[in-house]
Design a protein around this ligand. Sequence first.
Ligand SMILES: NC(=O)c1ccc[n+]([C@@H]2O[C@H](COP(=O)([O-])OP(=O)(O)OC[C@H]3O[C@@H](n4cnc5c(N)ncnc54)[C@H](OP(=O)(O)O)[C@@H]3O)[C@@H](O)[C@H]2O)c1
Length: 325
Amino acid sequence: MIFIVLPCLVLLYILLINFLYELFCAKEKSVQEKHVVVIGGSSGIGKAFACLAAQKGAHVTIIARNEDRLRLAVEEIKKDRLNDSQRTKSISLDVSDYDQVNGCLLSLDDELPIYMLMNCAGLAICGIIEDVSEENVKKMFDVNYYGTHNAIKTLVPRFKTRKEGHIVLTGSQASLLGIYGYTTYAATKFALRGLAEALAMELKHYNIHVTLALPPDTNTPGFQEENKSKPEETRLITESAGIYQPKTVAQAILKDVLKGSFFSYIGMESFLLTTLCVGMTSHRKYYELAYHCILLGPFKLISSFYLGNFHKIINDCAKKNKKAD
Ligand SMILES: NC(=O)c1ccc[n+]([C@@H]2O[C@H](COP(=O)([O-])OP(=O)(O)OC[C@H]3O[C@@H](n4cnc5c(N)ncnc54)[C@H](OP(=O)(O)O)[C@@H]3O)[C@@H](O)[C@H]2O)c1
């Protein structure tokens, strides 16, 4: 008995020390005087991320289409700088156009080498599959997937040459779980997970870190827009996780990026979902591997209650709609 219990206790002790060290002593990387580029940085989560990078001493460039919003965002970011020597810049372009993105990012990198690329441009148009127009399907793939792909493809060779860099892809909880009313949106965000996972494997030995951010519902202009097309079923299923402020989400993402985490999530439900869907993504620390091994079974059980509730919501809505017909 002692030969089983003792090694288990030693293992638990090592994992606990590992966890506590990570929590209280591990040093985060710094973005001070580094160039951080935020695509989709004129609004919502991207803007909050850009402000935070400025607060931490970074040179910040934001990219989006609408020039007025970009100007206003730059004013906000300037106020958050630690000192006046930090550069702030905005560029107006459509991220879904590869040639535009390629030309712009390469010249930006020539001006001031880019250390961190945060891809945050994206949109959600909800609806069950037959209700989303082909035009909107294309729009979501163009911005959410190709927009991210275009920027990463452009900068990876530069990051490889310098043997450093951080790449952030903004997915969603819908990168891990397909939900009623998110047929197209979830497909674009699942695609980002595949891209992020393969990239992380391709780039690890170049000291380039990849983070897939999985924001929960966040109170942004984009979220207000999404709500206009959201079916009742989708709203009822997603609202149990609550709504977060962009600043809180941006803080969690930047912290995870600087720690070198692959997934960035926030909140208990996201922890449950991310642990459930961890698959073969590499663990950063042994305690992570340990809690994944321990929690996967119980979390699978808990998830079946969630799933039961989702199907109940969908059935109830179907009955209600039938009565109304
Ligand atoms: N908010 C949420 O609840 C939530 C939850 C999960 C995931 N997310 C993801 O988080 C990201 C940011 O969402 P958000 O809610 O912060 O959105 P948001 O407030 O609408 O901001 C989106 C940003 O992307 C830019 N953008 C959109 N299309 C673009 C294009 N074609 N080219 C260049 N820039 C473009 C927008 O500026 P212009 O329109 O001027 O171009 C804006 O700066 C998205 O990928 C979204 O899917 C959000």
